[in-house]
Write a protein that binds this ligand. Structure first.
Ligand code: NAP
Length: 496
Protein backbone atom coordinates (compact mmCIF):
# COMPACT_ATOMS: atom_id res chain seq x y z
CA UNK A 1 0.00 0.00 0.00
CA UNK A 2 1.75 3.09 -1.18
CA UNK A 3 -0.67 5.47 -2.83
CA UNK A 4 1.82 8.35 -2.50
CA UNK A 5 -1.07 10.63 -1.77
CA UNK A 6 1.02 13.47 -0.34
CA UNK A 7 -0.81 16.70 0.46
CA UNK A 8 -1.88 17.58 -3.09
CA UNK A 9 -5.25 15.80 -3.08
CA UNK A 10 -8.52 16.98 -1.51
CA UNK A 11 -9.38 15.12 1.70
CA UNK A 12 -12.11 13.09 -0.06
CA UNK A 13 -9.76 12.12 -2.90
CA UNK A 14 -7.03 11.25 -0.45
CA UNK A 15 -9.39 8.99 1.53
CA UNK A 16 -10.42 7.30 -1.70
CA UNK A 17 -6.81 6.80 -2.80
CA UNK A 18 -5.77 5.33 0.56
CA UNK A 19 -8.68 2.87 0.61
CA UNK A 20 -8.21 1.87 -3.04
CA UNK A 21 -4.50 1.17 -2.51
CA UNK A 22 -5.12 -1.71 -0.06
CA UNK A 23 -5.17 -5.27 -1.42
CA UNK A 24 -8.57 -6.78 -0.61
CA UNK A 25 -8.03 -10.40 -1.58
CA UNK A 26 -6.92 -13.29 0.61
CA UNK A 27 -3.18 -13.50 1.25
CA UNK A 28 -2.23 -17.17 0.98
CA UNK A 29 1.22 -18.61 0.38
CA UNK A 30 2.61 -15.22 -0.62
CA UNK A 31 -0.10 -14.64 -3.26
CA UNK A 32 -3.16 -12.39 -3.33
CA UNK A 33 -6.11 -14.42 -4.53
CA UNK A 34 -9.91 -14.20 -4.53
CA UNK A 35 -12.09 -16.29 -2.25
CA UNK A 36 -12.65 -19.82 -3.59
CA UNK A 37 -16.38 -19.18 -3.28
CA UNK A 38 -15.99 -15.93 -5.22
CA UNK A 39 -17.75 -14.07 -2.39
CA UNK A 40 -16.89 -10.76 -0.77
CA UNK A 41 -18.19 -8.81 2.21
CA UNK A 42 -18.41 -5.06 2.73
CA UNK A 43 -16.32 -2.96 5.09
CA UNK A 44 -18.05 0.23 6.26
CA UNK A 45 -17.00 3.62 7.55
CA UNK A 46 -18.73 3.84 10.97
CA UNK A 47 -18.87 7.63 10.79
CA UNK A 48 -21.14 7.51 7.74
CA UNK A 49 -22.36 3.91 7.43
CA UNK A 50 -21.10 3.97 3.82
CA UNK A 51 -19.23 1.06 2.25
CA UNK A 52 -15.46 1.60 1.90
CA UNK A 53 -14.42 -1.60 0.09
CA UNK A 54 -15.55 -5.17 -0.52
CA UNK A 55 -13.10 -7.75 0.85
CA UNK A 56 -12.69 -11.41 -0.19
CA UNK A 57 -14.68 -13.69 2.11
CA UNK A 58 -12.62 -16.80 2.92
CA UNK A 59 -14.32 -20.19 2.72
CA UNK A 60 -13.33 -23.16 4.88
CA UNK A 61 -11.34 -24.48 1.87
CA UNK A 62 -9.49 -21.15 1.67
CA UNK A 63 -8.71 -21.41 5.37
CA UNK A 64 -7.39 -24.94 4.85
CA UNK A 65 -5.24 -23.74 1.94
CA UNK A 66 -3.81 -21.07 4.25
CA UNK A 67 -3.09 -23.68 6.92
CA UNK A 68 -1.51 -26.00 4.31
CA UNK A 69 0.78 -23.11 3.30
CA UNK A 70 1.71 -22.35 6.91
CA UNK A 71 2.43 -26.03 7.63
CA UNK A 72 4.51 -26.41 4.47
CA UNK A 73 6.56 -23.29 5.28
CA UNK A 74 7.14 -24.13 8.97
CA UNK A 75 10.27 -26.32 8.81
CA UNK A 76 12.18 -23.98 6.50
CA UNK A 77 11.11 -20.91 8.46
CA UNK A 78 12.24 -22.44 11.75
CA UNK A 79 15.74 -22.84 10.22
CA UNK A 80 15.83 -19.29 8.82
CA UNK A 81 18.65 -17.32 10.46
CA UNK A 82 17.26 -15.38 13.43
CA UNK A 83 19.10 -12.24 12.32
CA UNK A 84 17.31 -12.38 8.96
CA UNK A 85 13.94 -12.92 10.64
CA UNK A 86 14.72 -9.88 12.76
CA UNK A 87 15.75 -7.82 9.77
CA UNK A 88 12.47 -8.48 7.96
CA UNK A 89 10.65 -7.15 11.04
CA UNK A 90 12.97 -4.19 11.31
CA UNK A 91 12.41 -3.25 7.64
CA UNK A 92 8.65 -3.58 8.11
CA UNK A 93 8.88 -1.26 11.13
CA UNK A 94 10.65 1.35 8.99
CA UNK A 95 8.11 1.05 6.16
CA UNK A 96 5.16 1.31 8.55
CA UNK A 97 6.59 4.48 10.04
CA UNK A 98 7.34 5.92 6.58
CA UNK A 99 3.68 5.28 5.65
CA UNK A 100 2.25 6.24 9.03
CA UNK A 101 -0.04 8.92 7.61
CA UNK A 102 -1.72 6.66 5.05
CA UNK A 103 -1.97 3.69 7.42
CA UNK A 104 -3.48 5.95 10.10
CA UNK A 105 -6.07 7.37 7.74
CA UNK A 106 -6.99 3.88 6.53
CA UNK A 107 -7.52 2.69 10.10
CA UNK A 108 -9.59 5.74 10.98
CA UNK A 109 -11.81 5.18 7.97
CA UNK A 110 -12.62 1.57 8.83
CA UNK A 111 -12.68 1.87 12.62
CA UNK A 112 -13.64 5.48 13.38
CA UNK A 113 -11.03 6.63 15.90
CA UNK A 114 -9.61 10.17 15.53
CA UNK A 115 -6.71 10.20 13.10
CA UNK A 116 -4.32 11.54 15.75
CA UNK A 117 -5.02 8.39 17.78
CA UNK A 118 -4.58 6.25 14.68
CA UNK A 119 -1.13 7.77 14.16
CA UNK A 120 -0.36 6.76 17.73
CA UNK A 121 -1.60 3.24 17.11
CA UNK A 122 0.51 2.86 13.95
CA UNK A 123 3.61 3.90 15.92
CA UNK A 124 2.63 1.51 18.76
CA UNK A 125 1.94 -1.30 16.26
CA UNK A 126 5.20 -0.74 14.36
CA UNK A 127 7.10 -0.71 17.64
CA UNK A 128 6.09 -4.35 18.26
CA UNK A 129 7.91 -5.22 15.02
CA UNK A 130 11.01 -3.29 16.10
CA UNK A 131 10.92 -4.75 19.61
CA UNK A 132 10.65 -8.33 18.35
CA UNK A 133 13.27 -7.69 15.63
CA UNK A 134 15.59 -7.15 18.60
CA UNK A 135 14.29 -10.23 20.45
CA UNK A 136 14.72 -12.59 17.46
CA UNK A 137 18.48 -12.78 18.07
CA UNK A 138 18.18 -13.23 21.85
CA UNK A 139 16.44 -16.62 21.94
CA UNK A 140 18.63 -18.72 24.14
CA UNK A 141 18.60 -22.02 25.98
CA UNK A 142 20.70 -23.54 28.73
CA UNK A 143 23.47 -25.97 29.52
CA UNK A 144 24.22 -27.30 32.97
CA UNK A 145 26.13 -30.04 34.70
CA UNK A 146 23.59 -32.39 36.30
CA UNK A 147 23.73 -32.16 40.11
CA UNK A 148 25.18 -35.68 40.40
CA UNK A 149 28.18 -34.72 38.26
CA UNK A 150 27.60 -37.14 35.43
CA UNK A 151 25.25 -36.17 32.62
CA UNK A 152 24.49 -32.76 31.22
CA UNK A 153 21.23 -30.85 30.95
CA UNK A 154 20.86 -29.18 27.56
CA UNK A 155 17.84 -26.92 27.05
CA UNK A 156 16.76 -25.74 23.59
CA UNK A 157 14.11 -23.17 22.64
CA UNK A 158 12.21 -23.97 19.46
CA UNK A 159 9.25 -22.43 17.62
CA UNK A 160 5.86 -23.77 18.73
CA UNK A 161 4.89 -24.31 15.08
CA UNK A 162 2.07 -23.15 12.82
CA UNK A 163 -0.05 -20.65 14.74
CA UNK A 164 -3.59 -19.37 14.34
CA UNK A 165 -4.03 -15.69 15.15
CA UNK A 166 -7.43 -14.00 15.64
CA UNK A 167 -7.64 -10.24 16.17
CA UNK A 168 -10.39 -7.75 17.18
CA UNK A 169 -11.65 -4.56 15.53
CA UNK A 170 -10.79 -2.03 18.23
CA UNK A 171 -7.01 -1.86 17.61
CA UNK A 172 -6.98 -3.30 14.08
CA UNK A 173 -3.22 -2.89 13.50
CA UNK A 174 -1.55 -3.19 16.90
CA UNK A 175 -3.41 -6.32 17.99
CA UNK A 176 -2.06 -7.97 14.83
CA UNK A 177 1.58 -6.86 15.06
CA UNK A 178 1.62 -7.75 18.78
CA UNK A 179 1.18 -11.37 17.61
CA UNK A 180 2.97 -11.31 14.23
CA UNK A 181 6.13 -9.73 15.70
CA UNK A 182 6.87 -12.48 18.24
CA UNK A 183 5.69 -15.27 15.91
CA UNK A 184 8.08 -14.12 13.16
CA UNK A 185 10.90 -13.64 15.66
CA UNK A 186 10.37 -17.12 17.14
CA UNK A 187 10.20 -18.80 13.72
CA UNK A 188 6.48 -19.67 13.65
CA UNK A 189 4.29 -19.57 10.55
CA UNK A 190 0.78 -18.11 10.82
CA UNK A 191 -2.79 -18.00 9.62
CA UNK A 192 -4.34 -14.71 10.73
CA UNK A 193 -8.03 -13.90 10.73
CA UNK A 194 -8.68 -10.20 11.27
CA UNK A 195 -12.00 -8.83 12.59
CA UNK A 196 -14.60 -8.65 9.82
CA UNK A 197 -15.39 -5.03 10.73
CA UNK A 198 -11.78 -3.87 10.16
CA UNK A 199 -9.78 -6.24 7.91
CA UNK A 200 -8.15 -3.53 5.73
CA UNK A 201 -5.49 -2.48 8.25
CA UNK A 202 -4.20 -6.04 8.63
CA UNK A 203 -4.20 -6.62 4.85
CA UNK A 204 -2.06 -3.48 4.52
CA UNK A 205 0.41 -4.85 7.11
CA UNK A 206 0.60 -8.22 5.29
CA UNK A 207 1.40 -6.34 2.09
CA UNK A 208 4.23 -4.48 3.84
CA UNK A 209 5.69 -7.65 5.35
CA UNK A 210 5.68 -9.34 1.94
CA UNK A 211 7.40 -6.27 0.45
CA UNK A 212 10.00 -6.50 3.22
CA UNK A 213 10.92 -10.08 2.32
CA UNK A 214 8.73 -12.33 4.47
CA UNK A 215 8.84 -15.68 2.62
CA UNK A 216 5.63 -17.13 1.12
CA UNK A 217 3.49 -19.14 3.52
CA UNK A 218 4.93 -17.62 6.70
CA UNK A 219 1.99 -15.20 7.14
CA UNK A 220 -1.40 -15.98 5.58
CA UNK A 221 -4.35 -13.60 6.08
CA UNK A 222 -7.94 -14.81 5.63
CA UNK A 223 -10.68 -12.24 6.27
CA UNK A 224 -14.10 -13.83 6.70
CA UNK A 225 -17.69 -12.86 7.44
CA UNK A 226 -18.20 -16.10 9.40
CA UNK A 227 -15.37 -16.39 11.88
CA UNK A 228 -16.60 -19.46 13.74
CA UNK A 229 -17.31 -21.47 10.62
CA UNK A 230 -13.84 -20.67 9.21
CA UNK A 231 -11.74 -21.12 12.34
CA UNK A 232 -13.21 -24.18 14.06
CA UNK A 233 -12.06 -26.66 11.37
CA UNK A 234 -8.59 -25.09 11.43
CA UNK A 235 -8.39 -25.53 15.19
CA UNK A 236 -9.77 -29.09 15.11
CA UNK A 237 -7.48 -30.06 12.19
CA UNK A 238 -4.61 -30.61 14.64
CA UNK A 239 -1.70 -29.32 12.55
CA UNK A 240 -1.77 -25.83 14.06
CA UNK A 241 0.02 -25.94 17.42
CA UNK A 242 -0.94 -22.57 18.83
CA UNK A 243 -3.90 -20.21 18.99
CA UNK A 244 -3.37 -16.59 19.94
CA UNK A 245 -6.65 -14.72 20.37
CA UNK A 246 -7.59 -11.16 21.29
CA UNK A 247 -11.27 -10.48 21.73
CA UNK A 248 -14.20 -11.04 24.04
CA UNK A 249 -14.15 -13.44 26.98
CA UNK A 250 -17.22 -15.16 25.58
CA UNK A 251 -15.50 -16.10 22.30
CA UNK A 252 -12.22 -16.83 24.13
CA UNK A 253 -13.97 -19.40 26.30
CA UNK A 254 -15.45 -21.11 23.23
CA UNK A 255 -12.04 -21.22 21.53
CA UNK A 256 -10.39 -22.67 24.64
CA UNK A 257 -12.92 -25.51 24.53
CA UNK A 258 -12.10 -26.16 20.88
CA UNK A 259 -8.34 -26.01 21.55
CA UNK A 260 -8.65 -28.48 24.42
CA UNK A 261 -9.37 -31.29 21.97
CA UNK A 262 -5.93 -30.85 20.35
CA UNK A 263 -4.17 -29.81 23.60
CA UNK A 264 -3.18 -26.69 21.70
CA UNK A 265 -1.09 -23.91 23.26
CA UNK A 266 -3.21 -20.78 23.73
CA UNK A 267 -2.75 -17.09 24.46
CA UNK A 268 -5.93 -15.27 25.41
CA UNK A 269 -6.20 -11.48 25.61
CA UNK A 270 -9.80 -11.03 26.68
CA UNK A 271 -12.22 -8.49 28.08
CA UNK A 272 -11.79 -6.15 31.03
CA UNK A 273 -13.71 -4.09 33.58
CA UNK A 274 -11.01 -1.73 34.84
CA UNK A 275 -11.51 0.08 38.15
CA UNK A 276 -9.97 3.57 38.46
CA UNK A 277 -9.25 4.49 42.10
CA UNK A 278 -8.70 8.10 43.20
CA UNK A 279 -7.67 8.53 46.85
CA UNK A 280 -8.13 11.80 48.75
CA UNK A 281 -4.35 12.43 48.70
CA UNK A 282 -4.12 12.15 44.89
CA UNK A 283 -2.88 14.97 42.66
CA UNK A 284 -6.30 15.85 41.21
CA UNK A 285 -4.94 17.47 38.03
CA UNK A 286 -3.05 14.27 37.28
CA UNK A 287 -6.04 12.10 38.21
CA UNK A 288 -8.42 13.98 35.91
CA UNK A 289 -5.85 13.94 33.09
CA UNK A 290 -5.27 10.22 33.61
CA UNK A 291 -9.01 9.59 33.73
CA UNK A 292 -9.45 11.29 30.35
CA UNK A 293 -6.82 8.99 28.83
CA UNK A 294 -7.98 5.81 30.56
CA UNK A 295 -11.58 6.52 29.58
CA UNK A 296 -11.41 8.25 26.22
CA UNK A 297 -8.52 6.53 24.43
CA UNK A 298 -10.11 4.78 21.46
CA UNK A 299 -13.50 6.40 22.26
CA UNK A 300 -13.71 4.12 25.30
CA UNK A 301 -13.56 1.05 23.04
CA UNK A 302 -10.49 -0.45 24.71
CA UNK A 303 -10.09 -3.53 26.88
CA UNK A 304 -8.04 -1.25 29.14
CA UNK A 305 -10.74 1.44 29.35
CA UNK A 306 -11.56 2.62 32.86
CA UNK A 307 -15.03 1.19 33.40
CA UNK A 308 -15.71 2.16 37.04
CA UNK A 309 -14.38 5.27 38.78
CA UNK A 310 -14.11 4.95 42.59
CA UNK A 311 -13.34 8.39 44.01
CA UNK A 312 -12.84 9.26 47.69
CA UNK A 313 -15.81 11.15 49.15
CA UNK A 314 -13.58 14.13 50.08
CA UNK A 315 -12.66 14.81 46.45
CA UNK A 316 -15.49 13.21 44.48
CA UNK A 317 -17.36 16.43 43.80
CA UNK A 318 -14.31 18.30 42.57
CA UNK A 319 -13.07 15.35 40.49
CA UNK A 320 -16.50 14.81 38.89
CA UNK A 321 -16.93 18.50 38.08
CA UNK A 322 -13.51 18.75 36.42
CA UNK A 323 -13.94 15.48 34.50
CA UNK A 324 -17.38 16.55 33.24
CA UNK A 325 -15.92 19.89 32.11
CA UNK A 326 -13.22 18.17 30.07
CA UNK A 327 -15.55 15.50 28.68
CA UNK A 328 -18.09 18.16 27.69
CA UNK A 329 -15.50 20.17 25.78
CA UNK A 330 -14.42 17.31 23.49
CA UNK A 331 -15.11 17.74 19.80
CA UNK A 332 -17.23 15.00 18.24
CA UNK A 333 -16.93 14.24 14.52
CA UNK A 334 -15.53 12.08 11.76
CA UNK A 335 -12.18 10.76 12.90
CA UNK A 336 -10.54 11.78 9.64
CA UNK A 337 -11.22 15.48 10.33
CA UNK A 338 -8.20 17.01 12.13
CA UNK A 339 -9.00 18.29 15.60
CA UNK A 340 -11.77 15.78 16.30
CA UNK A 341 -11.47 14.13 19.73
CA UNK A 342 -14.35 11.66 19.67
CA UNK A 343 -15.22 9.52 16.66
CA UNK A 344 -18.17 7.18 16.18
CA UNK A 345 -18.65 3.85 17.93
CA UNK A 346 -17.97 0.86 15.71
CA UNK A 347 -21.55 -0.04 14.79
CA UNK A 348 -25.21 0.65 15.57
CA UNK A 349 -25.38 -2.35 17.95
CA UNK A 350 -22.46 -1.05 20.00
CA UNK A 351 -24.08 2.37 20.37
CA UNK A 352 -27.38 0.78 21.36
CA UNK A 353 -25.60 -1.20 24.09
CA UNK A 354 -24.06 2.01 25.50
CA UNK A 355 -27.44 3.75 25.39
CA UNK A 356 -29.11 0.92 27.30
CA UNK A 357 -26.36 0.81 29.95
CA UNK A 358 -26.63 4.56 30.59
CA UNK A 359 -30.45 4.45 30.67
CA UNK A 360 -30.32 1.56 33.14
CA UNK A 361 -27.95 3.47 35.46
CA UNK A 362 -30.14 6.58 35.30
CA UNK A 363 -33.30 4.54 35.98
CA UNK A 364 -31.55 3.21 39.11
CA UNK A 365 -30.74 6.70 40.38
CA UNK A 366 -27.49 7.85 38.68
CA UNK A 367 -27.24 11.56 37.78
CA UNK A 368 -26.01 12.72 34.37
CA UNK A 369 -23.38 15.50 34.72
CA UNK A 370 -22.72 15.70 31.00
CA UNK A 371 -23.76 13.77 27.87
CA UNK A 372 -26.06 10.83 28.45
CA UNK A 373 -27.39 10.40 24.92
CA UNK A 374 -26.53 9.43 21.34
CA UNK A 375 -25.89 12.08 18.68
CA UNK A 376 -28.52 12.29 15.92
CA UNK A 377 -27.56 11.92 12.28
CA UNK A 378 -25.45 9.47 10.27
CA UNK A 379 -22.74 7.45 12.00
CA UNK A 380 -22.83 5.82 15.42
CA UNK A 381 -21.85 8.71 17.70
CA UNK A 382 -22.49 8.85 21.47
CA UNK A 383 -21.82 11.92 23.63
CA UNK A 384 -18.98 11.76 26.18
CA UNK A 385 -20.83 11.12 29.42
CA UNK A 386 -20.15 11.47 33.14
CA UNK A 387 -22.53 9.82 35.62
CA UNK A 388 -22.39 10.40 39.40
CA UNK A 389 -24.15 8.71 42.34
CA UNK A 390 -24.04 5.48 40.36
CA UNK A 391 -25.60 2.68 42.46
CA UNK A 392 -23.54 -0.52 42.77
CA UNK A 393 -26.27 -2.58 41.12
CA UNK A 394 -26.22 -0.52 37.87
CA UNK A 395 -25.42 -2.90 35.04
CA UNK A 396 -22.51 -0.82 33.73
CA UNK A 397 -20.45 -1.49 36.86
CA UNK A 398 -20.23 -5.17 35.93
CA UNK A 399 -20.39 -4.93 32.10
CA UNK A 400 -17.64 -3.73 29.76
CA UNK A 401 -19.18 -0.42 28.54
CA UNK A 402 -16.96 -0.02 25.44
CA UNK A 403 -18.02 3.59 24.97
CA UNK A 404 -17.34 7.15 26.21
CA UNK A 405 -19.11 6.81 29.57
CA UNK A 406 -17.53 7.44 32.98
CA UNK A 407 -19.60 6.17 35.95
CA UNK A 408 -18.41 7.64 39.28
CA UNK A 409 -18.95 5.98 42.67
CA UNK A 410 -17.84 7.58 45.97
CA UNK A 411 -15.96 5.62 48.67
CA UNK A 412 -14.53 6.35 52.11
CA UNK A 413 -12.41 3.37 53.09
CA UNK A 414 -9.40 1.68 51.48
CA UNK A 415 -10.47 -1.88 52.33
CA UNK A 416 -13.96 -1.19 51.07
CA UNK A 417 -12.74 0.19 47.73
CA UNK A 418 -10.29 -2.68 47.22
CA UNK A 419 -13.09 -5.17 47.79
CA UNK A 420 -15.30 -3.33 45.29
CA UNK A 421 -12.48 -3.09 42.72
CA UNK A 422 -11.73 -6.81 43.00
CA UNK A 423 -15.38 -7.83 42.96
CA UNK A 424 -15.30 -8.75 39.26
CA UNK A 425 -14.53 -11.89 37.28
CA UNK A 426 -12.22 -9.72 35.13
CA UNK A 427 -8.66 -8.74 36.01
CA UNK A 428 -6.97 -7.00 33.11
CA UNK A 429 -5.91 -3.59 34.41
CA UNK A 430 -6.58 -1.25 37.35
CA UNK A 431 -5.63 2.39 37.84
CA UNK A 432 -4.63 3.98 41.15
CA UNK A 433 -4.07 7.65 41.95
CA UNK A 434 -2.45 8.45 45.30
CA UNK A 435 0.58 10.42 46.48
CA UNK A 436 1.19 8.12 49.47
CA UNK A 437 3.96 5.67 48.52
CA UNK A 438 3.02 3.08 51.13
CA UNK A 439 -0.58 3.10 50.07
CA UNK A 440 0.44 2.94 46.40
CA UNK A 441 2.47 -0.23 46.90
CA UNK A 442 -0.08 -1.80 49.24
CA UNK A 443 -2.97 -1.20 46.84
CA UNK A 444 -0.97 -2.28 43.75
CA UNK A 445 -0.16 -5.55 45.51
CA UNK A 446 -3.76 -6.22 46.45
CA UNK A 447 -5.49 -5.34 43.20
CA UNK A 448 -6.44 -8.45 41.25
CA UNK A 449 -5.19 -7.42 37.81
CA UNK A 450 -2.47 -8.33 35.35
CA UNK A 451 -1.49 -4.65 35.06
CA UNK A 452 -1.78 -1.52 37.20
CA UNK A 453 -1.45 2.09 36.08
CA UNK A 454 0.03 3.89 39.10
CA UNK A 455 -0.63 7.61 38.77
CA UNK A 456 -0.95 7.13 35.03
CA UNK A 457 -3.88 6.38 32.76
CA UNK A 458 -2.06 4.44 30.04
CA UNK A 459 -0.26 1.12 30.52
CA UNK A 460 0.26 -0.09 26.93
CA UNK A 461 3.96 -0.34 26.07
CA UNK A 462 5.56 -2.81 23.64
CA UNK A 463 8.47 -3.28 26.05
CA UNK A 464 6.17 -4.39 28.90
CA UNK A 465 4.22 -7.63 29.49
CA UNK A 466 0.58 -6.92 28.59
CA UNK A 467 -2.18 -9.26 29.77
CA UNK A 468 -4.76 -10.15 32.34
CA UNK A 469 -5.72 -12.63 35.03
CA UNK A 470 -9.06 -14.28 35.89
CA UNK A 471 -11.51 -14.00 32.97
CA UNK A 472 -9.28 -11.41 31.25
CA UNK A 473 -6.96 -13.98 29.81
CA UNK A 474 -3.97 -16.28 29.75
CA UNK A 475 -0.41 -15.36 28.83
CA UNK A 476 1.32 -12.06 28.09
CA UNK A 477 2.09 -10.14 24.91
CA UNK A 478 5.02 -7.77 24.45
CA UNK A 479 8.02 -7.26 26.70
CA UNK A 480 10.75 -9.82 27.22
CA UNK A 481 8.18 -12.57 27.86
CA UNK A 482 6.13 -11.91 24.69
CA UNK A 483 8.26 -14.24 22.57
CA UNK A 484 7.84 -17.08 25.10
CA UNK A 485 4.25 -17.51 23.92
CA UNK A 486 5.63 -18.76 20.57
CA UNK A 487 8.46 -20.94 21.90
CA UNK A 488 8.61 -24.49 23.19
CA UNK A 489 11.28 -25.77 25.56
CA UNK A 490 13.10 -28.99 24.68
CA UNK A 491 15.33 -30.73 27.21
CA UNK A 492 18.07 -33.02 25.96
CA UNK A 493 19.55 -35.40 28.54
CA UNK A 494 23.21 -35.71 27.57
CA UNK A 495 25.21 -38.74 28.67
CA UNK A 496 28.79 -38.00 29.68
P1 NAP B 1 -15.02 -10.70 19.54
O1 NAP B 1 -16.41 -10.58 19.11
O2 NAP B 1 -14.67 -11.75 20.53
O3 NAP B 1 -14.16 -10.87 18.22
C1 NAP B 1 -12.76 -10.98 18.23
C2 NAP B 1 -12.31 -11.77 17.04
O4 NAP B 1 -12.80 -13.09 17.15
C3 NAP B 1 -12.83 -11.24 15.71
O5 NAP B 1 -11.86 -11.46 14.72
C4 NAP B 1 -14.04 -12.11 15.47
O6 NAP B 1 -14.43 -12.23 14.13
C5 NAP B 1 -13.54 -13.44 15.99
N1 NAP B 1 -14.58 -14.38 16.34
C6 NAP B 1 -15.85 -14.14 16.73
N2 NAP B 1 -16.50 -15.30 16.95
C7 NAP B 1 -15.61 -16.30 16.70
C8 NAP B 1 -15.67 -17.72 16.75
N3 NAP B 1 -16.78 -18.37 17.10
N4 NAP B 1 -14.57 -18.43 16.41
C9 NAP B 1 -13.44 -17.81 16.05
N5 NAP B 1 -13.31 -16.46 15.98
C10 NAP B 1 -14.38 -15.72 16.32
O7 NAP B 1 -14.47 -9.36 20.17
P2 NAP B 1 -14.52 -7.89 19.52
O8 NAP B 1 -15.87 -7.36 19.73
O9 NAP B 1 -13.94 -7.89 18.16
O10 NAP B 1 -13.46 -7.13 20.44
C11 NAP B 1 -13.81 -6.55 21.62
C12 NAP B 1 -13.38 -7.41 22.79
O11 NAP B 1 -11.97 -7.65 22.71
C13 NAP B 1 -13.60 -6.72 24.10
O12 NAP B 1 -14.13 -7.61 25.05
C14 NAP B 1 -12.19 -6.28 24.50
O13 NAP B 1 -12.02 -6.12 25.88
C15 NAP B 1 -11.37 -7.38 23.96
N6 NAP B 1 -9.98 -6.94 23.76
C16 NAP B 1 -9.03 -7.42 24.60
C17 NAP B 1 -7.72 -7.00 24.46
C18 NAP B 1 -6.66 -7.52 25.38
O14 NAP B 1 -5.49 -7.36 25.05
N7 NAP B 1 -6.98 -8.12 26.53
C19 NAP B 1 -7.38 -6.08 23.47
C20 NAP B 1 -8.37 -5.60 22.63
C21 NAP B 1 -9.68 -6.05 22.78
P3 NAP B 1 -15.58 -11.27 13.54
O15 NAP B 1 -15.00 -9.95 13.52
O16 NAP B 1 -15.85 -11.78 12.21
O17 NAP B 1 -16.74 -11.39 14.48
Amino acid sequence: MSPGTGGALSSGDREHAVVEAVPTELFVNGQWRPSGGGKTFDVEDPSTGKVLRAVADATVEDGMAALDAAVAAQAGWARYPPRERGEILRRAYEVMMARQEDLALLMTLEMGKPVAESRGEIAYAAEFLRWFAEEAVRIDGGFAVAPGGSGRVLVMRQPVGPSLLITPWNFPTAMGTRKIGPAVAAGCTMVLKPASLTPLSMLAVADILAECGLPPGVLNVVPSSSAGRLMEPLIRDGRARKLSFTGSTEVGRLLLEQCAEQIMRTSMELGGNAPFLVFADADLDAAVGGAMVAKMRNIGEACTAANRFYVHAEVVEEFSRRLAEQMGSLRIGRGSDEGVDVGPLIEARAREKVRQLVDDAVARGAQVLVGGEPVDGPGYFYRPTVLVDVPPDAELTSTEIFGPVAPIIAFTDEQQVLAAANDSPFGLVSYVYTSDLNRALRVCERLEAGMVGLNQGLVSNPAAPFGGIKHSGLGREGGAVGIEEFLETKYVAVAT
